[in-house]
Design a protein around this ligand. Structure first.
Ligand SMILES: NC(=O)c1ccc[n+]([C@@H]2O[C@H](COP(=O)([O-])OP(=O)(O)OC[C@H]3O[C@@H](n4cnc5c(N)ncnc54)[C@H](OP(=O)(O)O)[C@@H]3O)[C@@H](O)[C@H]2O)c1
Length: 321
């Protein structure tokens, strides 16, 4: 079958290890099923994999891709939940110490077909296209958990999101606005800030700008480049919800501010099957949809990777089979 996979690891030139070609059909063990992929979305995770973060060389070749919308073996329209927990695990899947997400230990979704545990398949509502559904299981699910489960943010709260155009950042703007949260966003360019405003951000600021008032919470995925600003932007008792560190994970911790202002630093990763179900329902009921910048045929996947690596993406890139 056709697939987009990591054939080599290169931390400095990640696209050198990206191959578009043929891979063997997936074999579904007992309790697993095969999904015919119609659409899959690109995440920063796929670039990390090509750099060898979370993907050691001995697991290559590895089909990339965490998210998918497609058809199950009976032809039903489905969404794939990417978090694979141990068979015996009955708690929150993201807390299973042995959990992984598709394309780390098990082959990913950038292919004609992908094998997943049966419990990782959810019904896709007709209101969402395959392309839209394929954007939800990683970036959007992560953001849903950051805002509502880990962040416990109430309507009327003010939230700063670092970055405007990222897969996660655009999800904060759309989901937060739909939930009655005041969303402020930083953006590195005038164009990005204007796009964020058009998407529903209440206010937009240059990266690192002093805010007119301090905020209840910050959604942080950028790391070193923005951490200090995130800490300084919080009101006493405020919280940073962090799920990524694109620019590095060793910023100054700003410990004095953290304890003196009694700030909370809350980690968040992916989301559960139940949270994905609620996110899907939220999208249907509120009429919100993921922001898709471009859709490419799987065979042209490299174009999407190049745009993501170049920082040119506002929202999500989707591949279709
Ligand atoms: N823990 C989890 O479960 C989880 C899930 C999803 C994502 N993540 C992680 O979260 C991060 C974001 O993911 P994503 O899919 O949203 O990636 P993405 O689409 O590549 O995000 C790009 C965003 O980062 C911002 N940015 C990049 N470099 C910056 C810099 N030097 N200064 C300021 N802003 C900068 C961009 O800001 P502009 O808009 O201004 O260009 C843009 O908003 C990644 O590291 C990813 O691995 C983690």
């Amino acid at each position: 079958m056709r697939a987009v996979y990591a054939s080599e690891i290169d931390p400095d030139n990640p696209l050198d290890g990206l191959t578009v070609g043929e891979r063997p059909e997936p074999q579904a063990p007992d309790g697993w099923t095969t999904v015919n992929v119609k659409a899959a979305s690109l995440n920063h995770h796929d670039l990390w994999s090509l750099r060898g973060v979370g993907l050691p060389r001995e697991r290559l070749p590895m089909i990339l891709g965490c998210d998918a919308g497609g058809l199950d073996e009976d032809g039903n329209e489905v969404v794939v939940h990417s978090v694979i927990s141990d068979d015996a695990w009955r708690d929150d899947e993201t807390l299973d110490p042995r959990r992984s997400i598709l394309s780390e230990r098990y082959q990913g979704t950038f292919a004609d077909r992908v094998a997943v545990p049966r419990r990782n398949v959810l019904p896709k509502p007709a209101e969402l296209s395959f392309e839209e559904a394929a954007c939800l299981p990683t970036a959007w699910l992560t953001e849903y958990r950051m805002l509502f489960t880990r962040g416990q943010l109430a309507p009327g709260s003010t939230v700063l999101v670092q970055g405007s155009g990222g897969g996660v950042a655009t999800a904060v703007i759309v989901l937060g606005a739909a939930a009655g949260i005041r969303v402020w966003a930083t953006g590195r360019t005038e164009e990005r800030r204007a796009q964020a405003k058009a998407l529903g951000a209440d206010e937009v600021f240059e990266s690192g700008a002093r805010l007119p008032e301090r905020v209840d919470a910050v959604m942080e995925t950028i790391g070193e480049a923005t951490w200090s600003h995130s800490v300084k932007s919080l009101k006493p008792g405020g919280k940073i919800i962090v799920s990524g560190a694109t620019t590095g994970d060793a910023p100054s911790a700003e410990l004095s501010r953290v304890f003196f202002l009694q700030l909370s630093v809350i980690g968040s990763t992916m989301g559960t099957r139940d949270e994905l179900g609620r996110l899907i329902q939220f999208c249907v009921d509120r009429g919100v949809r993921p922001v898709i910048q471009a859709t490419h045929a799987l065979a042209d996947a490299r174009r999407g990777f190049e745009a993501l690596l170049g920082g040119e993406v506002f929202g999500k890139i989707v591949f279709t089979t």
